[in-house]
Design a protein. Structure first.
Length: 84
């Protein structure tokens, strides 16, 4: 079984790729592609919830969380949460 020597750490910066082994696409549908972009944008910020927990919030709670992120970071935060 392959072994990865690199240990991933919280708060570190990593390279994100848009294709897999042998140049195979990692997103095989429009929905997968949108989910990938949504995840990348969501984790640009230090959020209090994992993305899976965020998706389980009701729309009002999601909006409140995004507003709080806006207040803290002062950056626009917009993505299509229609990827459930």
């Amino acid at each position: 079984m392959p072994y990865r020597r690199m240990v991933f750490g919280n708060g570190e910066i990593y390279h994100v790729v848009n294709r897999g082994v042998a140049s195979m696409p990692i997103a095989t549908s429009e929905r997968d592609y949108k989910r990938f972009l949504t995840l990348v944008e969501y984790y640009r910020y230090d959020t209090p919830l994992s993305f899976s927990h965020y998706l389980r919030l009701n729309p009002e709670e999601q909006s409140l969380l995004i507003e709080n992120i806006h207040l803290h970071y002062g950056k626009p935060f917009s993505f299509n949460s229609e990827t459930n």
